[in-house]
Design a protein. Structure first.
Length: 305
């Protein structure tokens, strides 16, 4: 394996609505879909669809959703040897509401993801040691995230930490052990307590984290592109302009593609440029993983854009 994703899987319950109901109001929504999601699974699938050799460490529930989740990962090319069942627990679910402007609002119920423990990392230790890159998010217990970071440091594995969903009490010392810290602008605001409404404010908030010891900070800014900051460099990557249909999972598409390209080329800026285009391609279709293009489809998109 080249990439190890230690993180969450979710069942996406997606409602497409003209507008959200008020308290006590019942509205009819025009469409609904069930999909496979979760930040960890999304990132793993994106990298695998592009051709990456990806393994995943995750927990599914003891319910009807679990077999489909595992089968889906396998169909997308993800190694699922270490996706295991948490007995007596529901799978993670994510009700998602997408409005007419393609903006999404998401609730998550972590379910079995809460049962992913350091012991699960130990159980996969031999396979993990062979990986070049580890991807982590925050939909699993923090002690498991921190344990994984220490494991990666001990075995010279590069680490991407996507601090999502953001928590204000994230241990910044562990973030500083990671090679790449990759929040979006909303997560950056939560982590720093600073405004991020303009590019200049984003840079100031980013600098406040770099001063605390981060190595590489990559901030995804949606339709404004992305920003790479370190103590030595600052690079802004322009967005690829498309007509967005559904922005769900775009940040995960970015991270999965970035990880794949980083392993393939070792070039951070090139990986960001490819990831920006990959995320843009993903928002032109509905859903999360189902909207992620494979390598051939992505190449056709690049030829046009």
């Amino acid at each position: 394996m080249e990439i190890a994703v230690i993180g969450s899987n979710m069942v996406d319950l997606i409602t497409y609505t003209n507008h959200l109901p008020k308290a006590g109001e019942t509205l009819e929504a025009p469409d609904f879909a069930i999909g496979c999601g979760g930040k960890g699974a999304n990132q793993a699938v994106a990298a695998a669809k592009l051709g990456g050799k990806v393994m995943m460490i995750s927990k599914v529930g003891d319910d009807l959703f679990a077999p489909n989740t595992v089968a889906n990962l396998q169909q997308q090319g993800v190694d699922t040897r270490y996706v295991t069942t948490a007995p007596g627990t529901s799978s993670g679910v994510a009700p998602i509401f997408v409005d007419e402007q393609s903006q999404n609002r998401i609730l998550i119920v972590k379910g079995a993801n809460q049962q992913l423990k350091p012991a699960d990392i130990d159980a996969a230790a031999d396979a993990l040691k062979a990986c070049q890159l580890m991807i982590l998010q925050l939909e699993i217990p923090p002690e498991t995230v921190y344990y994984a970071i220490d494991f990666a440091r001990q075995h010279d594995i590069k680490v991407i930490l996507n601090p999502a969903p953001a928590v204000a009490n994230l241990d910044i010392q562990y973030a500083c052990k990671c090679d790449f810290f990759m929040p979006n602008e909303t997560e950056l605001e939560i982590l720093t307590g600073m405004p991020v409404s303009s590019d200049e404010e984003v840079k100031l908030a980013g600098q406040s984290l770099l001063k605390r010891g981060l190595k590489n900070l990559i901030i995804t800014l949606g339709s404004r592109g992305s920003l790479w900051m370190s103590n030595d460099d600052l690079h802004q990557v322009a967005p690829v302009t498309v007509r967005a249909v559904d922005t769900s999972g775009a940040g995960d598409a970015f991270i999965g593609c970035f990880a794949y390209m980083l392993v393939k080329t070792g070039n951070i800026l090139e990986a960001m440029q490819q990831a920006s285009a990959y995320a843009a391609c993903s928002v032109t279709e509905r859903g999360t993983q189902r909207s992620y293009p494979d390598a051939e489809t992505f190449q056709r998109f690049l030829n046009v854009h």
